[in-house]
Design a protein around this ligand. Structure first.
Ligand code: SD4
Length: 388
């Protein structure tokens, strides 16, 4: 007998939300003399301390106006999702239900190649999904990793949370659990993602037996992921992150997204945070947890996100840094506190995040540690296991 999912998946993608044209937030007031003094003093410091000093001096756009609740914050691909989640919060829905309904839009969108249906596959052409969630009011968490053939891993993660005494299920047993809970099995590899994978494979090694096609020079290997954090009018919080992970990853690889405390974290007394980008960098600093802890210590969400990035940088292995200590990857951290203040930061300039509050759904700029022009130039060096 086929059972209906006890957790109702959302299957109707929303229409895109128009981006409100909005002037960037006010720059931090800082005189030229003060900036130069800070920069000069900072020059003699070790890299991370120098970044810290410059970060305080650098006039980045402020992360939003006066805080208001409800508020929903997400990675930039969550612009439609934050609007949906916000609307659900306004009508009184639970914060985790609202956030998951928000990320379901990307999970079920075959055009988003970083999440759920249509996600780019692993090196063997198999789509393996990761997700985790946390419910602030009840202090519960759920996660799945390496889940195949189920388009909404966020809902499966919630089902783990709702119906088991465990926090995480993985691989084929996670799928078996999902099927038992009534989730529908479906092929997740779209024709577009399959073609991208075939091109990637053909160009892996010039001397293998797969022929390269000259017109196929552009290899799409970028990933996206969606993290969403929500606070309602009463100050209750929840968080969720869902992804197909790094494109063409080694089969079985699990990123940060399904790791509670890394890909996302929520403490109902403080706030919620999550991350997108190179998961390996985030796992090593437990970035979601760390960001919430920084907020607990009194940092504003944007400052907390920047601090977490500094820790990621400090924990980066030498092979991923250029001669000037700049990382060869990007990563973003998103943060929301109980008051409805929000902010986000990225290793490199140019990222945005989605937010929806009383001011509507919009994209805001992320703070950053490095200018885009500082991204290490030239070919990525051969990665060697030894010697670094
Ligand atoms: C992962 N953090 O699996 C994810 C991937 C990602 O933008 O967010 N890419 O490591």
């Amino acid at each position: 007998m086929e059972r209906r999912p006890r957790v109702k998946p959302v299957d109707a993608p929303c229409l895109p939300v128009p981006v409100r044209s909005r002037p960037p937030g006010p720059a931090m007031p800082l005189s030229r003399r003060a900036f130069l003094a800070t920069a000069t003093a900072a020059a003699s410091l070790p890299l991370t301390e120098r970044l810290h000093a410059l970060r305080l001096a650098r006039p980045v756009a402020a992360g939003g106006a006066a805080p208001s609740r409800p508020c929903v914050v997400a990675s930039d691909n969550g612009l439609r999702g934050v609007r949906r989640a916000y609307d659900l919060l306004v009508r009184g829905d639970d914060t985790l239900d609202a956030a998951i309904a928000g990320v379901n839009i990307q999970e079920l969108d075959p055009e988003d190649q970083s999440v759920g249906l249509g996600g780019l596959p692993n090196a063997e052409g198999v789509v393996q999904l990761d997700a985790s969630c946390m419910h602030g009011p009840t202090r519960r968490a759920g996660a799945v990793a390496c889940l195949e053939d189920i388009a909404t891993p966020s809902l499966v993660a919630k089902a783990v949370m709702d119906y088991t005494d465990h926090v995480m299920l993985v691989g084929r047993d996670a799928k078996r659990f999902a099927l038992q809970m009534g989730f529908r099995e479906q092929p997740l590899l779209t024709e577009k993602s399959r073609q991208d994978w075939l091109r990637w494979r053909a160009r892996l090694n010039p001397s293998d037996f797969w022929l390269d096609h000259d017109e196929d020079v552009e290899i799409r290997s970028t990933t996206g992921t969606i993290n969403m954090n929500a606070v309602n009018a009463a100050g209750d919080l929840s968080s969720v992150t869902t992804t197909s992970g790094m494109a063409y990853k080694i089969p079985g690889r699990v990123g940060d997204s399904p790791i509670v405390g890394a890909g996302q974290y929520c403490d109902n007394t403080v706030g919620a945070a999550g991350s997108t980008g190179r998961g390996e960098a985030n796992i090593k600093v437990c970035g979601g947890f760390l960001t919430v802890e920084f907020m607990r210590q009194g940092l504003a969400p944007r400052q907390a996100a920047l601090r977490t990035l500094e820790r990621m940088l400090a924990m980066t292995e030498a092979r991923l840094l250029d001669a000037k200590g700049r990382p060869r990857f990007d990563i973003q951290v998103y943060a929301l506190n109980k008051a409805g203040e929000h902010g986000a930061a990225s290793m490199y300039e140019g990222s945005q995040y989605a937010v929806c509050d009383a001011g509507g759904a919009r994209l805001e700029p992320c703070a950053f540690l490095f200018r885009r022009s500082e991204y290490p130039a030239g070919p990525v060096p051969v990665q060697r296991a030894r010697g670094r």
